[in-house]
Design a protein around this ligand. Structure first.
Ligand SMILES: Nc1ncnc2c1ncn2[C@@H]1O[C@H](COP(=O)(O)OP(=O)(O)OP(=O)(O)O)[C@@H](O)[C@H]1O
Ligand SMILES: [Mg+2]
Length: 346
């Protein structure tokens, strides 16, 4: 049986192009492979027969409550439109969004490789400079989006790709709905309810999201800080699998010092993470641009230090403070010459 939001094989036009391994379509796009499912939909690899290129298609999973269906569809389309207007090298490009034959979908640039969640799960360790570079580029992308009125709300390793050429890209801009906590005045059970029922544990959620408060751009800055923490420490800042415990930790507890996991991380980089992850949004970087600038400063300082060290190893140049060895060599040669001359003339 096909899910109701997808066309069944019998609905297909009699078009040989539609005979893809999955035999499914969304609008004009042929779905060739399932890539995975997330909070609000399923992503497929697909093909655009008009432009003749591979695409990724995210199909909205209809809400369980049919009364919510229309508004959720509209929200999905509106958010995809807003994200689609963001043209930035570190943001996935959106090609199309539509509701066709009951299928609500967006078509976007297909990103080869794995997202950072996949990389971390496979045991990959990130060098601190590589991690800082990735996060700096994502901070730039966030700053651009924020200036254009789009907040991501679900920054996490699973929504960040690094292409084979090293270019980082954010996906699900404004489309991923971070599951805001639901206020249920009559609920005394202590259980936490969320708008979305299919979701992983929200380890990167900001304290204000965890409290069910309204969020602004600074929620993305917190989450990006949490991603940088994990890339460097190798563990999530708050790793609990128990939803209520996790939320309490995000709201009230400080993560373990990075030095517990990675003792040699430069203090300047630790300070970036600590500032981005402040509980009080007013204590964080006030813009993602500020966070990006702090990371650029760190990366430039590291580059300078490395250059200095390299020059030191390769031998001194006369105009640097390393000129002293040359002076010493000349002095020694003159001294030997003088001693030789003294004995020769005796
Ligand atoms: N443009 C893309 N190109 C290639 N793979 C993608 C693309 N967008 C998403 N994916 C992959 O598809 C899978 C499902 O993504 P999806 O966004 O539905 O889930 P998620 O990121 O785990 O959770 P969330 O819904 O909270 O974002 C993930 O493995 C993701 O890396
Ligand atoms: Mg995603």
């Amino acid at each position: 049986m096909h899910p109701p939001y997808m066309q069944s094989e019998s609905n297909f036009e009699k078009d040989p192009n539609s005979l893809t391994p999955l035999n499914k379509r969304a609008g004009r796009f042929l779905l060739t492979e399932k890539l995975g499912s997330g909070t609000d939909g399923t992503v497929y690899k697909g093909h655009d027969p008009v432009i003749d290129r591979d695409v990724a298609i995210k199909i909205l999973t209809p809400p369980a409550n049919p009364a919510e269906r229309k508004s959720r569809e509209q929200q999905f389309i509106n958010e995809a439109r807003a994200a689609g207007r963001l043209s930035h090298p570190n943001i996935v490009t959106i090609f199309d969004t539509s509701v066709e034959n009951g299928t609500t979908f967006i078509a976007m640039e297909f990103l080869p490789g794995r997202d950072l969640r996949g990389e971390l799960n496979s045991g990959r360790k990130f060098d601190i400079i590589e991690a800082a570079n990735i996060v700096q580029k994502i901070a730039e992308a966030l700053h651009f989006a924020h200036q254009n009125g789009v907040i991501h709300r679900d920054i996490k390793p699973g929504n960040i790709f690094v292409l084979p050429n090293g270019q980082p890209k954010v996906v699900d801009f404004g489309i991923a709905r971070a599951p805001n906590r639901v206020h249920t005045p009559g609920n005394t059970s202590g259980a936490t309810l969320f708008h979305n029922n299919v979701m992983g544990t929200p380890n990167y959620m900001s304290p204000e999201q965890a409290m069910g408060r309204n969020v602004d751009e600074k929620t993305d800055i917190y989450s990006l800080g949490a991603v940088l923490y994990e890339l460097i420490a190798g563990v999530k800042p708050f790793p609990s699998q128990d939803m209520d415990k996790l939320l309490q930790q995000i709201i009230h507890k400080s993560p373990k010092p990075i030095a517990n996991y990675a003792p040699n991380v430069p203090e300047q980089l630790v300070r970036v993470i600590v500032k981005a992850m402040q509980k009080d949004p007013k204590q964080r970087y006030q813009t993602a641009g500020e966070m990006s600038a702090a990371l650029i400063q760190f990366l430039e300082r590291d580059r300078k230090l490395k250059r200095k060290r390299k020059n030191g190893d390769a031998g001194a140049t006369p105009e640097t403070g390393n000129a002293l060895p040359w002076v010493s060599i000349v002095a020694i040669v003159i001294a030997i010459a003088c001693i030789g001359l003294y004995y020769f003339l005796r």
